[in-house]
Design a protein around this ligand. Structure first.
Ligand code: FAD
Length: 455
């Protein structure tokens, strides 16, 4: 399986330095594992397990660490989450498992579940342990579109059940946004390729560079497979244009991070004063990377207030600690300069009535224009839904470009298709995509088992 990955770590070491490094020794991991109260039991799951969308059995894997049975510990994690090593690095743990840790109730810091999960999964991957068992092979095959977290998780579950699974991915590499977008201070390239390697060992076939709906039609896929999973995520950055967009030094967020992660960071001609436009996790990732790439003054401009910002609180706090400045209730009007961007004309906003999202709508305050001196602007406004692609599937019900699914099974309005991940939720987390992929795999198994019984 070819993985066309080119880490830029040598060219930009600070940008790739891990924010949360692994434990430096086995003893350190054991010391932390000792703090776990190993709660939960038959009556009710531990709060950390209940808070995990993938339902990783945290007390069980921590107990195995304490028993120094690292292989069982890692296997427990991968049984629930085929991207257990990736999630150990990228999950917003303070909002999920660690946020639910009972030690909070005693005013103590939570158990470092994410770092312990990384310890156990790294151990298993580094020792090359094959952690999946395949059931008796079945005749039916399933096509999975997209090799992001949702697609990989669905493929893993189906392959474990014995289905023949083919994953079609339009890009030359696996991993979706994990590989090309999540900032390298959180997740470099590993361990996703090694996690995917385990799927290949399980018999999953990967067809990279295959854009379904273009060179390969949906009809052809329907002929090949009994069921199809849509894990296509979202598209490129939202197209918002301002005057001066074409100036040198104006970037879109996804190509910016992709150049840093998979291309050559030296191609990013970052100046000293960087303005990032947006209030989501992408804006924060980009701002924190700009600091690491040496920008002297990095500011995030958001048109609502801090309260409405969709970015994770911990990330915002960390960005502030690193010197990123936040400006609220500000929107860009045009980019100024000749050749390279030199200024950003902005204006103040105020919050009006709530919009469809329930958040108060920002409205411009006339006559409040002012100019910020900047030499780089990065637009991080969000991603577009893949409406055009999804409309090619007959009978597929969409809402605002997102696929509508049955909440129990992940099945769409076209019974042959199931879906999960960002293409149904508009952009959430890796572990949510993993959850959706697993749910759809169960739904597909139900569908294919009932049709094979009828035959
Ligand atoms: C900058 C940024 C930072 C983030 N940081 C975090 C974080 O720290 N923690 C966290 O948990 N989440 C984070 N996320 C969110 C997380 O990355 C996504 O929620 C997750 O990757 C969604 O998985 P997915 O499989 O649904 O979609 P994707 O990861 O987008 O994968 C979809 C795949 O489908 C492929 N595809 C699309 N169309 C076709 C087609 N027609 N044919 C074949 N293949 C196709 C795409 O090429 C892609 O590989 C971040 C997102 C961004 C943008």
């Amino acid at each position: 399986m070819e993985l066309a990955l080119k880490p830029g770590a040598e060219a930009a070491p600070l940008a790739f330095a891990e924010e949360t490094p692994p434990y430096s020794s086995e003893e350190e991991a054991l010391f932390e594992a000792e703090r776990c109260l190993l709660c939960g039991g038959k009556e009710a799951p531990a709060p950390c397990v209940a808070a995990c969308p993938a339902k990783v059995e945290v007390p069980k894997f921590i107990k195995a660490i304490l028993d120094r049975d690292y292989a069982s510990s890692g296997k427990t994690i991968f049984a629930a989450n085929p991207l257990g090593g990736t999630c150990a690095r990228v999950c917003p743990v303070e909002e999920l498992c660690e946020g639910a840790c009972v030690l909070h109730k005693e005013g103590r810091r939570p158990v470092e579940i994410g770092r312990l999960q990384r310890f156990a999964t790294d151990w298993v991957l580094e020792h090359g342990i094959a952690y999946y068992k395949r059931a008796r092979p079945k005749d039916e095959s399933v096509g999975v579109i997209g090799a992001g977290p949702a697609g990989l998780s669905c493929a893993a579950e189906l392959a474990k059940l014995g289905y023949q699974v083919t994953v079609y991915e339009s890009r030359p590499e696996l991993g979706g946004l994990v590989t090309r977008a999540i900032a390298p201070y959180k997740q470099q390239i590993e361990p996703l390729p090694r996690e995917a390697e385990q799927l290949a060992r399980l018999g999953v076939e990967f067809q990279l560079g295959q854009a379904v709906g273009e060179e390969l039609s949906f009809e052809e896929l329907e002929r090949r497979h009994g069921a199809i999973f849509l894990g296509v995520g979202l598209g490129e950055d939202v197209e918002v244009h301002w005057e001066g967009d074409e100036l040198e030094g104006v970037y879109e967020s996804l190509p910016f991070i992709e150049e840093l992660k998979l291309g050559d960071p030296r191609n990013l001609k970052l100046g000293e004063r960087v303005a990032v436009i947006g209030g989501g996790n992408t804006a924060i990732d980009v701002a924190r990377e700009a600091v690491r790439l040496g920008a002297k003054d990095v500011m995030v401009l958001y048109r609502r207030t801090e309260k409405e910002m969709p970015a994770f609180r911990k990330e915002v706090k960390a960005a502030r600690r690193e010197g990123v400045h936040f400006y609220w209730l500000i929107a860009p009007k045009r980019f100024l300069g000749s050749g390279r961007v030199e200024g950003l004309e902005c204006l103040y906003m105020r919050l009006g009535e709530p919009d469809a999202s329930g958040r108060r709508r920002p409205e411009p305050v006339p006559g409040t224009e002012f100019v910020l001196q900047v030499d780089t602007v990065i637009k991080a406004i969000g991603q577009r839904p893949r409406t055009e692609l999804l409309q090619k599937i007959p009978g597929l019900s969409l809402k605002d470009g997102l696929v509508e699914v049955d909440p129990q099974t992940g099945q769409t309005s076209n019974p042959k298709y199931f879906a999960g991940g960002d293409c149904i939720n508009g952009g959430a987390t890796v572990v949510q995509a993993v959850h959706d992929g697993k749910r759809a795999a169960r739904g597909i198994d139900q569908l294919l088992s009932s049709t094979s019984r009828r035959r």
